[in-house]
Design a protein around this ligand. Structure first.
Ligand SMILES: Nc1nc2c(ncn2[C@@H]2O[C@H](COP(=O)(O)OP(=O)(O)OP(=O)(O)O)[C@@H](O)[C@H]2O)c(=O)[nH]1
Length: 324
């Protein structure tokens, strides 16, 4: 039996801030070995689990909804199952890392570990790590999810510092510090930090969290998402690269402001490799990834998350990329 509770690191942060990049760093590091990883995706499909580079960790994905709402019971069920498998020596893990969706309020996730008896007996929260996209966060600071992610944080990672001036960064740090005065502050490009600064730091402060939100432990606590929607386009017909380039440059330039997050895997005609792309507002990057595996279904899957997006228009654009 284990004498110590299993530490849980909760990685949160708004859409596209650099959470998966951070998770990959932790997993590539010695400190992340033997982690059970839970990735929660907002939308129908799990692109994240395909983008997380894995070795021997258990990666489990919850993608039926948002982890902080209807999926809380799924989280408990899943962790209970993992515990049972460990007791039967089927798996071994000595920590849990949860990456929440960019639209999750971490409050209810924290609550899961405090309120449920079994969870509280076996697990302890090591830290809530919030990744901040210093370029785009100023546009989202008024969103309730962004605010709560900052408020509940034990470690604030100001990421993407390559994209802003020192002046802008200072302004943002000042605003964020007003919202959370006790969290440790770290700065990074591509979430590059010494992972020891966020893992096994035992810095979860319940008292301080309760001061912020006295309802945290109230099991009737409810939370509603702001007006942000997501949808997925999926098709197994190959896409033409020239058309894809045209469509994306249109989307980025014309829709970029309302397009908070988009990412996916593309099946491009005549390419042996998958194309993986990522976008946050007007910043976009795509690259050829590993070759398609023999038994893998070749198809394109894209998730879009944003405000005032006309799904039909996106669907037409996608169809256009398939036409000869
Ligand atoms: N320029 C720059 N780009 C970055 C930095 N960190 C991450 N990115 C890019 O930002 C995009 C989003 O990074 P992810 O790690 O996928 O972000 P995320 O928070 O997991 O995103 P979601 O969970 O999908 O909302 C990717 O294209 C990254 O390569 C950084 O410090 N600077």
């Amino acid at each position: 039996m284990w004498q110590n509770k299993i530490p849980v690191t909760i990685i949160t942060g708004y859409l596209g801030s650099g959470k998966t990049t951070l998770l990959n760093r932790v997993l590539a590091d010695k400190v992340g070995e033997k982690s059970a990883v839970i990735v929660n995706e907002f939308g129908d499909i799990g692109i994240d689990s395909q983008l997380v580079s894995t070795t021997e960790e258990e990666i489990i994905e919850i993608n039926k909804g948002c982890i902080c709402c209807n999926v809380r019971s799924d989280l408990i069920r899943l962790l209970t199952k993992l515990l049972k498998r460990m007791q039967r020596n089927k798996v071994y893990f000595n920590r849990v890392i949860i990456e929440t969706t960019g639209l999750a309020n971490p409050g209810p996730v924290i609550q899961t570990f405090l309120m449920d008896d079994v969870m509280a007996q076996w697990f302890k929260i090591d830290a809530v790590v919030t990744v901040l996209d210093v370029k785009h966060l100023p546009y989202h600071l008024d969103e309730p999810e962004a605010k709560e992610q900052i408020a509940f944080s034990d470690v604030l990672l100001f990421n993407k510092t390559d994209l802003v001036s020192l002046n802008k960064l200072d302004n943002l740090v000042e605003k964020v510090s007003d919202m959370n005065q006790t969290a440790k502050q770290l700065f990074s490009v591509n979430s590059e930090i010494d992972t020891k600064q966020i893992i096994d730091i035992d810095s979860f402060q319940l008292g301080q969290k309760l001061e912020l939100n006295p309802n945290l432990l109230d099991s009737h606590h409810h939370h509603h998402h702001s007006d942000v929607r997501s949808f997925v386009l999926k098709d197994d017909r190959p896409l033409h690269i020239n058309k894809v380039n045209q469509w994306f440059s249109y989307l980025v330039q014309i829709k970029g402001e309302n397009l908070f997050r988009y990412k996916g895997i593309l099946y491009i005609k005549d390419y042996k490799e998958r194309v993986v792309f990522q976008g946050v507002h007007m910043l976009f990057s795509g690259k050829q990834d590993r070759p398609w595996k023999k038994d893998e279904k070749k198809q394109s899957e894209i998730v879009f998350i944003g405000k005032d997006l006309d799904v039909e228009e996106f669907r037409k654009g996608f169809e256009y990329c398939m036409k000869e």
